[in-house]
Design a protein around this ligand. Structure first.
Ligand code: NDP
Length: 433
């Protein structure tokens, strides 16, 4: 706490992992002897930089850019860039810390990092977005590379932004280094399924959790928060699995659509028109918008939080439990507060933490890196099959680890210990570096 004052989200993420580690430290004292805990909390490198750009009115704007290169014991730093006004060092560090364990869990050779800016893309023109991305990359380019650090998208950074970032990287370095960024467009080095991967993977994880109780998503009532990249693909995949998705949201409110969400209409509004959820209600008879309320009040069997951190509070968890929720899988990073997560677990709700449930995105980014390295591109079906296999492995690894440490069904403990031991063993093998 003293070393990292004012970084509440980072403290929360560290505490959540450390709370799981007691049994593993008792069993393996070498982690304590090698000071792995102290080392693992300290990023290998943190970069903070000025991002000046000119808006459409000719005014100079200044934002702050971040890249936290957290841990490279297993491979090059890997993790997304977030553009959102709430971004500051504590958010980037929490995301980077989570990423280290998530990436280890995927079984792929990738370390962990995260970055972004306090830039607010909402309401900005395409030209402004491009100039911002170009300025951001004009500093970031010197820190990244196929063998060092490979950023991707996150909140506020999708295919359009990755395109502008990649264009500027290529221009500055005069290298067509496809492996330097993931989430690229299909015609210029991207991988099929990457766009869908986080949302799809979250639903696949939820399905595996339900299967452990001989249940499935088929016929279940599902609530999904958010309406961005992760949310829309979670909705689409849940519907493919036979679920009835009845609600989604953005920061202006949530929509209830008892007829089942029209995902094509939602994507048209969000991805093409870059509109708000209110636009959906105007075009969809029967759907209603709730501006002042909690989406978790909507009764559901399965909840998929896919918007942002700490969006399920203790009160929300009580409401979900009272309404009979049986599974919660985190599509977003740390969307459930620690107190809410404990309540859900105590009530016997299947609870899939983000570092396991949303790992499909980064895993498919690693598949994109494989395709770039071999100058190959795989079919949608093959890539989706790989993603589904990876999600099944992550699920089983969590279950087996939870069993091994005497807490069957505890996915939080399973994910934290399985991710930690993989990174910690590599750190010890590499010496004190
Ligand atoms: P997007 O920017 O595409 O979408 C974010 C969505 O969440 C938007 O609909 C946004 O609404 C909504 N949202 C943000 N803050 C709030 C809030 N306070 N209340 C209600 N809604 C809110 O981001 P992604 O879908 O890419 O990311 C969502 C989450 O998933 C993040 O936690 C991210 O870290 C995580 N994640 C993303 C991965 C990826 O591959 N993209 C991979 C793994 C995790 P609005 O437009 O109004 O802000």
């Amino acid at each position: 706490l003293r070393r990292n004052p004012g970084e509440a989200e980072f403290h929360q993420a560290v505490r959540e992992v450390f709370d799981s580690l007691g049994p593993v430290l008792r069993k393996h004292p070498q982690y304590v002897e090698a000071a792995v805990l102290g080392r693992i909390c300290e990023p290998e490198r943190q970069i903070i930089f000025r991002v000046p750009w000119v808006d459409d009115a000719g005014q100079v704007q200044i934002n702050r850019g971040f890249r936290v290169e957290f841990n490279s014991a297993l491979g090059p730093y890997k993790g997304g860039l977030r553009f959102h006004p709430s971004v500051y060092l504590g958010i980037v560090k929490f995301l980077g810390f989570e990423q280290v364990f998530k990436n280890a869990l995927t079984g792929m050779p990738i370390g962990g990092g995260k970055g972004g800016s306090d830039f607010d893309p909402r309401g900005r023109s395409d030209g402004e977005i491009m100039r911002f991305c170009q300025s951001f990359m004009s500093e970031l380019y010197r820190h990244i590379g196929e063998y060092t650090d490979v950023p991707a998208g996150d909140t506020g950074v999708g295919g359009r932004e990755i395109g502008y970032l990649f264009g500027q990287y290529k221009r500055i370095t005069n290298r067509y280094e496809s492996g330097v960024l993931t989430g690229k467009g299909i015609t210029w080095g991207g991988s099929l399924v990457r766009t869908e991967a986080t949302g799809y993977g979250t639903v696949v994880f939820a399905e595996h959790m339900l299967n452990t109780r001989n249940e499935s998503l088929d016929g279940q009532r599902v609530v999904v928060s958010g309406s961005g990249n992760v949310a829309v693909h979670a909705i689409a995949k849940a519907q493919k699995q036979g679920a009835q998705v009845v609600s989604f949201s953005d920061s202006s409110g949530y929509v209830v659509d008892e007829g089942g969400v029209d995902v094509d209409l939602l994507r048209q509004i969000k991805e093409v028109e870059r509109g708000r959820v209110a636009d959906y209600v105007e075009r969809r008879p029967g759907a209603r918008l709730v501006e002042d309320g909690r989406i978790w009040d909507v009764p559901a069997n399965v909840a998929l939080p896919c918007a942002t951190q700490n969006e399920i509070t203790e009160d929300d968890a009580k409401r979900l439990i009272a309404n009979g929720v049986s599974a919660v899988a985190e599509g977003a990073n740390m969307p459930t507060t620690s107190e809410a997560a404990s309540l859900l677990q105590q009530a016997g709700v299947l609870f899939g933490p983000g570092k396991a449930a949303n790992a499909g995105g980064v895993a498919t980014s690693a598949l994109e890196m494989q395709q770039n390295a071999s100058r190959d591109s795989w079919s949608f079906e093959y890539t989706e099959e790989r993603l589904e296999g990876i999600m099944a492995d992550i699920h089983d690894r969590c279950i087996e680890t939870a069993d091994e440490y005497g807490e069957p069904g505890n996915y939080v403990l399973g994910a934290n210990i399985a991710g930690f031991t993989k990174v910690a063993d590599a750190m010890i093998a590499l010496g004190v570096v």
